[in-house]
Design a protein around this ligand. Structure first.
Ligand code: SF4
Length: 382
């Protein structure tokens, strides 16, 4: 049987619990409850098996570089000893085979000098989830006792931005809330001098549409375009915004590997704390077990996972994976039907346009038209 395209990234659930209780969290607050039956942290034997499986995959496909993202819950709850062991075994298994870019996606509330010393030693970059300034952030990202998380995140970010650590700052991840003023949110994020900002649309499906959803209105595009305008017209580049850059690259004919826009296949898998192999976390928004594959790293290698119909179907890009309405859409090469989870309806599965269809159409066409007009202008004066 022909090998499917290899995976190059693994999202590793080193800890299931979280010390915050964000109300938009796709792990704990949506349809999926499989986390209840998983170990709270990844055991050393599971970590060893994972590192071995990644190295085996890299050797088989002659991969020169792979990526591992430590994720949760809150990954720092796994503790330094456990994380350091995983980092060491990953480096050891991959030595002489592939370079490994390792990052951690954290809420930053538990970051301290000991963590940063460990991350410097192992070259682990740190991405931080933050939804804006104090008011915007605390609207959703609160501690379990209801207290604000903002000051703890700010302290973590100050530590991360110290000269000895700043090279490890991977950027900020912000979930869009249309109730917060977009430019104010963006400028509050900019105050932390992130090298990259990534905006996520709230996880939603046709069964559970996002706040303010109305197929005839475009509140999410309007929100994002206000940020785009502020970012694109700044006199100097203050940060990179992955979503906008991806749409711009696609508009200029480039290839973009993204879950959110474009038509490319995805190239990553999730490995849970018990070693089970799962699909993108966003699919947890669709139904209980929505990201499950039935495979695990003890019994299955990643090539077996790539050939599994559930995995192959979920990661496949291209027109054939889309609803008829998307296949005939004039912006499908830019939009790609959006995130797979956002197409879900309990009656028709994923064979639908995105629940954000109107927003995606306006967002992609506005950015495309703006960029192409500027390219044409540049050409006319050169
Ligand atoms: S804009 Fe709508 S119809 Fe067009 S590709 Fe995107 S989701 Fe599909």
């Amino acid at each position: 049987m022909r090998d499917a395209d290899p995976f190059v990234e693994w999202v590793v659930k080193v800890a299931q619990p979280c010390n915050l209780a964000c109300d938009h969290c796709y792990v704990y607050e949506l349809r999926d409850a499989t986390w209840r039956h998983k170990p709270s942290v990844m055991a050393p034997t599971t970590a060893d098996r994972l590192a071995g499986r990644i190295a085996e995959h890299a050797r088989h496909h002659a991969l020169r570089r792979v990526r591992v993202t430590l994720h949760g819950g809150e990954p720092l709850l796994a503790g330094r000893t456990r994380i350091e062991r995983l980092l060491s075994v990953l480096r050891q298994e991959l030595r002489g085979t592939a370079d490994c870019d390792i990052s951690v996606q954290s809420n930053a509330t538990l970051l301290n000098p000991h963590w940063m010393e460990l991350f410097r030693r192992h070259g682990v970059s740190v991405g931080v989830s933050l939804d804006g300034g104090r008011e915007a952030n605390d609207r959703h990202r609160r501690a379990k006792n209801g207290r604000s998380s903002y000051d703890a995140v700010r302290r973590g970010l100050e530590l991360l931005r110290r000269p000895e650590n700043e090279a490890l700052f991977a950027g900020l991840l912000c979930t869009v809330d249309i109730a917060s003023p977009p430019v104010q949110v963006f400028e509050a994020l900019l105050a932390h001098e992130p090298p990259v900002v990534n905006f996520l649309l709230p996880h939603a499906t046709w069964e559970h549409p996002p706040p303010g959803h109305d197929p005839d209105r475009t509140p999410y595009a309007n929100w994002l375009l206000a940020v785009f305008e502020r970012w694109y017209t700044a006199p100097r580049q203050e940060t990179r915004i992955r979503l906008f850059e991806n749409i711009m690259d696609l508009a200029l004919g480039g290839d973009v590997r993204s879950e959110s826009v474009g038509l490319a296949d995805t190239d990553f898998l999730v490995v849970e704390s018990d070693g089970s192999i799962e699909l993108s976390d966003s699919l947890k928004a669709t139904r209980d077990g929505g990201a499950a594959t039935g495979l695990d790293i003890f019994a299955h290698d990643f090539d077996t996972a790539a050939r599994h119909p559930v995995v192959a179907d979920a990661r496949r890009g291209g027109l054939s994976s889309l609803a008829e309405e998307c296949r005939g859409c004039d912006v499908v090469r830019l939009c790609g039907g959006g995130l797979r989870a956002h197409r879900f309806h309990p009656d028709s599965g994923f064979a639908n346009p995105s629940v954000y269809c109107a927003d995606l159409r306006l967002l992609t066409t506005t950015i495309r038209d703006r960029v192409l007009a500027d390219v044409a202008l540049l050409r006319s004066v050169s």
